[in-house]
Design a protein. Structure first.
Length: 217
């Protein structure tokens, strides 16, 4: 607490001298507090580079931390924002996606990306990401990739044609079968079986073979 009081008293050099060893030795919330006031004291001394480095160290401990705009000065907030941008760039990567055929849609973590393939997705947070590639007429491709900070990963995909439904068999190419009923051929009852029979020619309905009429009782 005394080290933080030095900051509020405007004794920034003394605050830095007191806070540096604390920021290096403490853990948890006390360390975060020491790093915050160390960074702010350095900025007040005009040592912006060291101040940004202290803010980056704080962000490594707690990536969600932000300064209180009611307490921090304009230069302190500006230094923090610069440190945040540098921290984020350190933890971002990219992935280049190429497909055959091209112009496939790419989904990163379920979100459709703006450009079709070939495309390089930039500013991707380092870590594991689900990637899906889709193109009409082709089976979708799913994978999981680990993106490293500061690196560009490559994903090359050859899409496979989608398996469509079996083509419809034209009416006149179907196999026709009489249904027997009660020991004789039922009158006019026909079943059309998909798949076609015979020699697979181009017979029309008018060319279908005739069937004998059932015997009259």
């Amino acid at each position: 607490d005394r080290a933080i009081d030095l900051y509020w008293e405007g004794r920034f050099a003394d605050a830095v001298a007191a806070l540096e060893p604390l920021a290096a030795s403490l853990e948890g919330a006390p360390r975060l507090l020491a790093e915050e006031y160390l960074a702010r004291s350095l900025i007040r001394l005009g040592e912006e580079e060291r101040g940004r480095a202290a803010f980056k160290s704080l962000l490594r401990s707690n990536p969600d931390w932000k300064p209180d705009p009611k307490e921090a000065s304009g230069p302190e907030i500006a230094a923090f924002e610069a440190a945040l941008a540098a921290y984020e760039n350190e933890n971002l990567g990219a992935v280049s996606v190429r497909t055959e055929p091209t112009r496939a849609n790419v989904f990163l973590g379920g979100a459709l990306q703006k450009e079709p393939t070939p495309v390089t997705l930039e500013r991707v947070p380092a870590g594991e990401h689900a990637i899906r590639v889709e193109r009409e007429g082709f089976a979708p491709f799913d994978t999981t990739m680990t993106i490293a900070a500061g690196e560009i990963a490559a994903l090359d995909v050859v899409l496979e044609a989608a398996e469509g439904p079996a083509p419809a068999v034209p009416f006149w190419k179907r196999t026709w079968v009489r249904i027997a009923a009660g020991g004789f051929v039922g009158a006019g009852v026909l079943l059309a079986l998909a798949g076609g029979g015979g020699d697979g020619g181009d017979e029309t309905p008018g060319d279908l073979p005739g069937f004998p009429e059932p015997p009259h009782q």
